[in-house]
Design a protein around this ligand. Sequence first.
Ligand SMILES: [Zn+2]
Length: 327
Amino acid sequence: MGFPTVRLRRLRTTRAWREMLRETVIDPADFIYPLFVVHGHGVREPIEAMPGVYHLSTDTLLEEVGKATEAGIKAVLLFGVAAHKDPEAHEAWDDEGIVQTAIRALKAQFPDLVVMTDVCLCGYTDHGHCGLVVDGKIDNDSTLEVLADVALSHARAGADVVAPSDMMDGRVRAIRKALDSEGFSETVIMAYSAKYASAFYGPFREAAHSAPQFGDRRTYQMDPASRRQAIREVTLDIEEGADVVMVKPALAYLDVIREVRDRFEVPLAAYNVSGEYAMVKAAAATGWVDERAVVGEILTGIKRAGADLIITYHAVDAAEWLRRGDL
Ligand SMILES: [Zn+2]
């Protein structure tokens, strides 16, 4: 049976029908809000390539998170900008480091907030790489111990979720082992499992002051053309104990998100990265796209592809639009 008996437009005639039959619904509880925290007081410094995103000191961070929780955001992901960088990334695992200090402040004021932390070395190393450098190369195995120390210091400060983003082999296992041995068996690991070496990270490097000082990250992040490798990465991270896996970036990798969703039962996050955000903001600023409509479509598309959680700089705007019924 087909046309003219069957007419799919019948069920699109009114807004009520369209909303009743909507197959994918986004909600503020889907969003994770990434934030950049810096030393100092009263700092709210705009990040040029990411309009609406700021470097925040701990006090202004609390204000920003207050706004976010009011909009319905349940989780934040913290990135630290180190005061001091050195080859071994000392501040990364310092209990008085910027992220550790911010975690304690957030948990004191917002006990129900899910505090997630990025676990990596690139914001803390003077060479800007995600691992330790030995003989001019990024050394996998010695980096694992440092990453475990970083994750432990975040857990001690009160982080609910640690999120390793370095792409070293074996890091999830090393972190799980370290957390469990110190009594942090409830700390969640959200692994950046399929993290591609992407040009869409450009604006983030300004934000995190983490551009590599030599070479690039292609010896540890994935080649953008590979899909089967993503499945292997996710498989290994789950075997090593990842509670949540991630695909990053999101928009040029929706097929990878869908495939991971279809193959695994584990919760899946997708990172709607800085370059994706910057393109929307730039086009909206010139009037070339309608920001609200485009953001709604992008976030819905990422969820429709299979993501349970979306890390996005649009989080607070989108949550407010959703609350007002404007998305
Ligand atoms: Zn890194």
